[in-house]
Design a protein around this ligand. Structure first.
Ligand SMILES: Cc1cc2nc3c(=O)[nH]c(=O)nc-3n(C[C@H](O)[C@H](O)[C@H](O)COP(=O)(O)OP(=O)(O)OC[C@H]3O[C@@H](n4cnc5c(N)ncnc54)[C@H](O)[C@@H]3O)c2cc1C
Ligand code: SF4
Length: 478
């Protein structure tokens, strides 16, 4: 009895994502180690074995000279490390934060493959560049010569901005058109702030403006200005408009209030973090606070939605995916992060419809099993008869991916060739389209992809545009 009296039930404080100690993989030297950040970054960089077969470098889409900037960091030569890293990457601090390193550089680190845990290349890259910003080593562009030729860039995402940076450095006149009120594309309004802080993106855009890049915002090509008018005003054009058409679920009840699209949901959250008026958020329509949230999809956008819902104070967050964990398209690291934060994954489950009164009340879930591999080699999900149930929900987020808009029709340019998926047809090296002097880069060519690939495309397209302008001698000869 006496023993029983001594027993006490202690309610542990609920662990929030902010309070949880970060794992080695997503460590941030500045935030975690503070005054010891430099030593810790050097220690981590010093783990690189300088193996001589830099698979990390060949698996980085930008072929960053990773071993050399790791060595410089280990030696404490941070400014040189920064110079080397920025020579191949327009936004190293952004890639360091949001590249899926487990599928790119770090996943191919020989130390990782020998079972000793990768050198955390992304966090070192972020550390080097954040330090460069703090120390004033990142300078606005100052071209050695001004050139008369002008280039229009449609789309201020990473693809467009990477091209703008390269062209401006060489003295070309660059105008970037974007239909949004802020530049940055999905880096600004898609990717959540807990993965990519917005001031990090904005400081880059300010730097480009200081360097002479002109931005024309709130300007949708195809409605506010025609594509022909842009072509007429500039010597070359780069289309970098990304992919924005949501793939919607086709099931009864999908139009119910509370069944929303991922990008609307994430954009509202990002706008709110800028301090904007967002009526759909304030009304609760695009806010997960106090709600049972179900996110449908298995890619990285779905992971961003579930993790945003947790941060907004949802009472429960479930992620429905029709295949299993091993067959998810999203990064395993992101799934792990979401699980650690309290997201429940409901594998082998697909929506059949939605129950609703005035607003959505539940998702009718049909259970699946994996059958024979399809043409792509992935096992196709098959229905299990009679295993349906209703998952209660107050907010359902559809995160099934994105497709390109019909640009030739919307812009009145039928000669602009597209693939059968609606992406723009462009040469894979020069990025030239079917129209002379018109190039295309990023997601609008690749389909939904990654920031680092958009940067690579933008940089390559800029080089090709300079070659084109030199050949045609557009303005220089006048
Ligand atoms: C939710 C989400 C999370 C993601 N997370 C990651 C991540 O963690 N890591 C990663 O590497 N990648 C991530 N991605 C993918 C990455 O954001 C994209 O691959 C990348 O932004 C593509 O760059 P882009 O320049 O091609 O297009 P975008 O970034 O989409 O930019 C295109 C720009 O073009 C503008 N535009 C479109 N049409 C017009 C028009 N008619 N007139 C004028 N302007 C126009 C748009 O307003 C936009 O600003 C994520 C994507 C999403 C949706
Ligand atoms: S750009 Fe991305 S893939 Fe390349 S080194 Fe940096 S984090 Fe790795």
């Amino acid at each position: 009895m006496a023993t029983q009296k001594m027993l006490k039930f202690v309610t542990l404080p609920k662990e929030t994502p902010e309070k949880r100690p970060p794992t080695l993989r997503n460590q941030d030297f500045h935030e975690i180690y503070r005054e010891f950040a430099a030593e810790k970054a050097a220690e981590q960089a010093g783990r690189c074995s300088q193996c001589g077969v830099p698979y990390c470098q060949s698996h980085c889409p930008l072929h960053n000279n990773i071993p050399d900037w790791l060595r410089l960091t280990a030696e404490g030569r941070l400014e040189e490390a920064y110079e080397l890293s920025q020579a191949t990457n327009t936004f190293p601090e952004i890639c360091g934060r949001i590249c899926p390193q487990d599928r790119l550089c770090e996943g191919n680190c020989v130390i990782e493959q020998s079972g000793h845990g990768t050198v955390t290349i992304g966090s070192v890259e972020k550390y080097i560049t954040d330090t460069a910003w703090e120390n004033g080593w990142v300078k606005p562009i100052k071209p050695a010569v001004e050139r008369a030729e002008s280039v229009a860039i449609i789309g201020a995402g990473p693809g467009g901005l990477a091209a703008a940076d390269v062209l401006r450095r060489r003295g070309y006149q660059v105008t970037v058109y974007d239909r949004y009120d802020r530049a940055g594309g999905l880096m600004t309004y898609g990717i959540p702030g807990f993965k990519l802080e917005k001031p990090v993106v904005m400081q880059r855009i300010e730097q480009l403006e200081l360097g002479g890049v002109q931005f024309v915002l709130n300007c949708a090509v195809g409605s506010d200005i025609s594509f022909d008018a842009i072509r007429g005003q500039h010597d070359a054009v780069l289309i970098a408009t990304g992919v924005y058409k949501s793939r919607d679920i086709e099931a009864p009840g999908v139009g119910a209030q509370g069944v929303v699209r991922a990008l609307d949901y994430l954009t509202a959250s990002n706008r709110k973090s800028f301090g904007d008026e967002v009526p759909e958020f304030d009304s609760g329509e695009l806010n997960a606070q106090g709600k049972r949230v179900v996110v449908i999809g298995g890619g990285d956008t779905a992971m961003d939605c579930v993790r945003t819902a947790i941060r907004q104070g949802a009472t429960s967050v479930k992620c429905l995916y029709r295949r299993d964990r091993a067959n998810m398209p999203g990064s395993q690291r992101e799934v792990q992060n979401a699980e650690e934060e309290g997201v429940e994954f409901v594998w082998l489950s697909a929506p059949k419809g939605f129950t609703a009164g005035e607003a959505v009340e539940g998702v009718m879930v049909q259970k699946m099993r994996l059958g024979q591999p399809d043409a792509s080699g992935r096992q196709s999900p098959e229905l299990i008869e009679g295993a349906d149930y209703i998952e209660p929900a107050d907010l359902v987020v559809q995160a099934l991916g994105f497709e390109p808009e019909e640009i030739p029709t919307l812009w009145g340019v039928p000669d602009l060739a597209v693939t059968r998926w609606g992406t723009i047809k462009a040469d894979f090296r020069t990025h030239a389209t079917s129209l002379p002097g018109v190039y295309a880069a990023g997601d609008i060519v690749r389909g939904a992809s990654l920031v680092v690939w958009a940067i690579r495309d933008g940089r390559e397209a800029a080089e090709a545009i300079m070659g084109y302008l030199a050949q045609t001698g557009a303005v220089a000869a006048e």
